[in-house]
Design a protein around this ligand. Structure first.
Ligand code: CP
Length: 308
């Protein structure tokens, strides 16, 4: 099979097919092999983060180290020349000279696509505004596949801030390669944006609900997200929905035995820490799968003829 990731940008999960994703999962299954520990020797990854991150930045860094490569970059714009007024174009073009690929997180929609158009090296979108976070969706799909053995024919509940959570949009686009039934569960003010909803309805079976308790007994997966406070244009809108949803332990009395609970993290109040020790909680394991997926992705972007 031709490597569909070689030298490619990863701006949107919509740019990849089911076959591409399943090939990525296959490589992730095998990436721990010792033979790959020098695979990215002499490759440099640029980490360009204009917004805070723990998992995305550090998993890429950890993956690159495990494969023998190195990373340079910044984790906040205040430590770059952006602070002195340098424009985004010049920062990106500069990084493009120093590295073999860029991982970019930015608070504005469209910046990842812009970067992919002006950089000659592959650009990996690590979160662009409210728009997408494609590598999170890759690891979310991989987690479902590893934990439940399939993504087809599942009942998947996506619960929380569906309006501003960019991981939700990438996950829905990724799920549209499969045939689950998706339950969108949120307070009215946090429903999925209408343009994306009509687009996704053409590809996926969707039900919308306000209460998790109405559907929890049917679900194989609950994927929940925190309220994205930093994305609200009006703080009063945030105050109206703050603390308005969570997975109470009492709800778990009425679930399928093999239900899994996922979260892209960081969490806020939607998953109480008391759930962490239940058999349903897979959100820390999901983080481990994240390093495998990002290792596989880097390996494939940099390797024309991969070992797998
Ligand atoms: N899931 C995710 O994007 O986490 P970070 O913000 O910590 O990178």
């Amino acid at each position: 099979m031709t490597n569909p990731f070689y030298n490619k940008n990863v701006v949107s999960i919509r740019d990849f097919t089911r076959n591409d994703l399943e090939y990525l999962f296959h490589v992730a299954d095998n990436i721990n092999s010792n033979s790959l520990c020098e695979a990215l020797r002499n490759k440099i990854l640029g980490l360009v983060f204009f917004e805070p991150s723990t998992r995305t930045r550090l998993s890429f860094e950890s993956a690159m180290n495990s494969l023998g490569g190195t990373c340079i970059g910044f984790s906040e714009s205040s430590s770059s020349s952006t602070e002195k007024g340098e424009n985004l174009n010049d920062t990106l073009v500069t990084m493009n000279q120093y590295v073999d690929a860029l991982v970019l997180r930015h608070q504005k929609d469209g910046v990842a696509r812009f970067a992919s158009e002006i950089c000659t090296k592959p650009v990996i979108n690590a979160g662009s505004g409210t728009e997408e976070h494609p590598t999170q969706a890759m690891l979310d799909l991989y987690t479902i596949f590893k934990e439940l053995g399939t993504i087809d024919n599942l009942n998947i509940g996506i619960f929380g801030d569906l309006k501003y959570g960019r991981t939700v949009y990438s996950l829905l686009y990724g799920l549209s390669n499969y045939n689950p039934t998706v339950y969108l569960i949120s307070p009215d003010l946090l429903q999925l944006r209408s343009d994306a909803l009509s687009d996704i309805r053409e590809k996926l079976s969707i039900e919308q609900h306000s209460n998790l308790s109405d559907v929890i007994s049917k679900l194989d997966v609950i994927y929940t997200t925190r309220i994205q406070k930093e994305r609200f244009p009006d703080i009063q809108e945030y105050e109206r929905v703050k603390g308005s949803y969570r997975i109470d332990e009492s709800l778990l009395k009425n679930t399928k035995d093999n239900l899994i609970i996922l979260h892209p993290m960081p969490r806020s109040e939607e998953i109480p820490p008391s759930l962490d020790t239940t058999k349903y909680a897979k959100y820390f394991k999901q983080i481990r799968y994240g390093k495998l997926i990002r290792s596989a992705l880097l390996y494939l972007i940099f390797t024309e003829h991969p070992e797998y």
